[in-house]
Design a protein around this ligand. Structure first.
Ligand code: NAP
Ligand code: GLV
Length: 313
């Protein structure tokens, strides 16, 4: 690290002070400062943050690299205050993947152990054992096999499920049938009991899980969305749940967050909702990864998790 390391500005809302302290402990040679405290932001080249106020990027005309404190960069890439030349860097797993794997597993177990049906039976005080489903017969399809989705697929395969995965480029994950392309997606859907969405939200994937995609799933299939709400057509989901084509959904993310109180999703008997908590950023792990990336960038190397802005992730 050169003697005069540039300042790292940090903006993380109420967590800013916590992050600044973590950066200072992890890398005393990097001058981490709360972005709001910087009186002359004109020379700032590095900024770390999450959900920055609108217009905030415009304060930093020399910004070179933005280190996101999350895995998704959709909201950042949609902003018009972020100059096109700024390198955006996302977190790559950084402790989120195991949490997301637990979340997906919870959805798969819900379907496997027929919890939607038993909840309905409970509401009617009905005691009626249903036919058991064995792990080896449960077909799970994971859309998106990146830093988090790949670990989700691996974990579910290790648990004994029949796992398929879908991505843009060819992947090889032990125990997972990896597929690519639109034709593969169609055949994957017809062979799925539980669909797990782990795609980033991009111009190509927004609205991708529409009526046609959901209707292609076999009767009684279940949907887990841990990625972004704008990828799932909730009207279509509700229609197919109400017709009995789909059996349920576990949703962590929504097109509008917080989910408005008048959304019918809240009150649907076969939908389980969590408030965007499937995989939280772990500050210490995030800081460790960003510090390592700052050192890479300072050496003129590419950061791990560097985003290709034209493809949207
Ligand atoms: P990532 O490393 O960027 O991986 C994205 C994966 O999606 C890659 O496998 C990529 O294929 C694939 N993909 C992208 N566009 C595609 C397309 N059009 N068709 C097919 N495959 C496509 O992302 P990640 O770290 O796994 O995270 C995924 C998402 O999880 C984030 O973007 C974020 O929205 C969400 N997330 C949610 C929470 C939460 O708490 N709910 C927490 C963290 C993350 P290639 O590998 O071929 O490029
Ligand atoms: C959370 O949703 C993230 O993208 O990290």
């Amino acid at each position: 690290m050169p003697a005069a390391a540039p300042t790292l500005a940090v903006w993380a809302g109420p967590k800013t002070a916590e992050y600044v302290a973590l950066f200072r402990t992890a890398a005393p040679d990097i001058h981490a400062v709360a972005a709001d405290d910087i009186t002359d932001p004109s020379g700032i080249e590095w900024l770390a943050g999450w959900r920055l106020p609108l217009g905030y990027f415009a304060r930093f005309p020399q910004l070179n690299v933005f280190f996101g404190l999350g895995a998704g960069v959709d909201a950042v890439l949609m902003r018009d205050d972020l100059a096109p030349h700024v390198q955006v860097v996302k977190l790559a797993d950084a402790g989120m993947a195991p949490q997301m794997a637990e979340f997906a597993l919870m959805g798969v177990l819900h379907w496997q152990r027929r919890m939607s049906e038993y909840s309905q039976q409970q509401a009617a005080c009905e005691w009626k054992p249903l036919r058991p489903r064995l792990r080896a017969d449960v077909r799970v399809s994971v859309l998106g096999l990146g830093a988090i989705g790949g670990e989700v697929a691996r974990t579910l395969a290790d648990f004994g499920y029949r796992v398929s995965g879908w991505s843009r480029s060819q992947k090889s994950i032990a125990g997972v049938r990896c597929m690519q392309g639109a034709d593969a997606l169609r055949s994957l859907l017809t062979d799925t009991n539980v669909l797990v969405n782990m795609l980033p939200s991009t111009p190509e994937t927004r609205g991708l899980i529409n009526h046609e995609v959901l209707a292609a799933l076999p009767v009684s299939a279940y949907v887990v969305n841990g990625s972004r709400g704008d990828q799932l057509d909730v009207e279509a989901l509700l229609k197919l749940l109400d017709s009995g084509h789909l059996s349920g959904a576990l949703l962590d993310v929504f097109a509008t967050e917080p989910l408005p109180a008048d959304s019918p999703l809240w009150r649907h008997a076969n939908i389980r909702i969590t408030p965007h908590v499937a995989a939280a950023t772990l500050p210490a792990e995030a800081v460790t990864q960003i510090v390592a990336n700052i050192r890479r960038v300072a050496r003129g190397e590419k950061a791990l998790g560097a985003v290709q802005r034209q493809r949207g992730y």
